[in-house]
Write a protein that binds this ligand. Structure first.
Ligand code: HSE
Length: 434
């Protein structure tokens, strides 16, 4: 059978990795796909010194690839929203299948792209958009298809996890670790996407759609970054038996779907609490299977290429199949998506870590306890660091039971209004993940 012709748009970290894996493993890939997968053209403005592109035709214009009649599959690895959207829509219009690693594109424009792809009978595959080399989209979309998914929670930004790990284990400075992550090709072009949780929210939006059968709704995801975390809170969390991770959480409740990214205390003995460096992990809980865990490299040249190439193999196998009988883009049939709403953060339920900077004199703890109990907030543990009294102020640290966030908002406002409480109350959500 004739080889499938692929055009790669973007020869940066992921594009370079994809080219190299396709070249190196060509024979194994052909044995799997039933035919060769050949890079027929590359669009890039500058060569990648890590790729021996040899005689492969190279153009500086991505639209040359999209308009090339010989190409069956366009691989979009340029990133960003605007040009990438234009590129992908044009490729679909031209009847080409698309493979992309672009989570921002799928999270923000995926509904439009999939509708257009259905109209034209082509596939848009995006395994590499979430958690790098971990085949978590395939696992949820196909492997867990018998389940009603209850929740999922993941460390889905390698850069952020790398920063938190280096800060906790080696006491390194935030900026210093971020620079290293950029040099290693982990970070986004705009690294605030990593550290402010936007990249994780893109990925969570995609996972939630596939898990619950809802349209992509990135604009409704709650996003909180890691830039305001302090070493003090990392250490108090450890003393309470927790570890702080930047987690994306999607949970189905009767009222709606929680979709939130934020720093989170996780019991230190959970497997996911011990996922370090650039590694990602996603826990998925289904009603039949229970909890499952998917782990691997969440960013980087060849790990991400691994997912891109797997998609290419999937598309190559499906080229001759009836478009109406393929695995739906968002796992559920497009006319069966649910309109279950995404909940605002105030309506989400979690446990909370609170750090209150209080004046060190009698009655303060009683006032704190009263404010919480008046709002039905149950305290799981409390710690007062007498040894850390400074200028007559003592940190009071407590962990609550699960409660709707609105009640914690009210309690924090009341605590901050007390004469005996100075500074803002620090609040970090807590998940037991059991
Ligand atoms: N910047 C992303 C990360 C790359 O660090 O996880 C992979 O999506």
């Amino acid at each position: 059978m004739k080889p499938v012709k692929v055009g790669i748009c973007g020869l940066g970290t992921v594009g370079g990795g994809t080219f190299n894996v396709l070249e190196r493993n060509a024979e194994e890939i052909a044995r799997r796909a039933g035919r060769g997968i050949e890079v027929a053209q590359i669009a890039t403005r500058q060569p990648n010194p890590k790729c021996a592109t040899g005689a492969t035709p190279i153009t500086a214009d991505i639209f040359d690839v999209v308009d090339n009649p010989d190409i069956d599959i366009v691989v979009e690895l340029i990133g960003g929203y605007t040009l990438a959207r234009e590129l992908v829509l044009k490729a679909i219009e031209n009847g080409k299948h698309v493979v992309t690693a672009n989570k921002a594109l799928i999270a923000v424009h995926g509904n439009e792209i999939f509708a257009k792809a259905r109209e034209k009978g082509v596939i848009v595959a995006f395994e590499a958009s979430v958690a790098g080399g971990i085949p978590v989209i395939k696992a949820i979309r196909e492997g867990l298809a018998g389940n009603r998914i209850n929740w999922l929670a993941g460390i889905i930004n390698g850069t952020g996890n790398f920063i938190l790990t280096e800060m906790r284990e080696k006491g390194r400075a935030f900026e210093d670790v971020l620079k290293e992550a950029q040099a290693l090709g982990y970070a986004e072009a705009d690294p605030t996407f990593d550290v402010e949780g936007i990249d994780a929210a893109h990925k969570l939006t995609i996972l939630a759609s596939i898990a619950f059968g809802i349209p992509l709704q990135f604009d409704k995801a709650y996003t909180e970054g890691i830039t305001r975390l302090t070493t003090a809170d990392v250490n108090y969390a450890e003393a309470l038996g927790y570890r702080i991770k930047h987690l994306g959480v999607a949970r189905r409740t009767d009222a709606g779907i929680e979709l939130r990214v934020h720093p989170t205390l996780i019991p230190a003995d959970r497997l996911i609490a011990n996922v370090n460096g650039v590694m990602n992990a996603v826990m998925v809980n289904g009603d039949a299977v229970g909890s499952t865990l998917y782990y691997g490299a969440g960013a980087g040249m060849e790990p991400t290429a691994s997912a891109v190439v797997a998609d290419l193999v999937d598309v190559a196998r499906a080229l001759t199949t009836d478009p109406n009988n393929r695995v739906p883009h968002l796992a559920f049939q497009p006319d069966s998506l649910s309109d279950h709403p995404i909940l605002p953060i105030a309506a989400c339920e979690s446990a909370y870590y609170l750090r209150i900077q209080a004046k060190d004199h009698p009655g303060v703890l009683a006032q704190v306890a009263t404010i919480l109990s008046e709002r039905g907030i149950n305290i799981e543990s409390i710690m007062q660091k007498e040894a850390e009294v400074q200028d007559g102020l003592v940190p009071v640290i407590l962990v609550t039971h699960r409660v709707i966030e609105q009640r914690i908002d009210d309690a924090i406002a009341a605590l901050e209004a007390l004469d005996d409480v100075v500074d803002k109350v620090v609040r970090i959500r807590v998940e037991q993940l059991n």
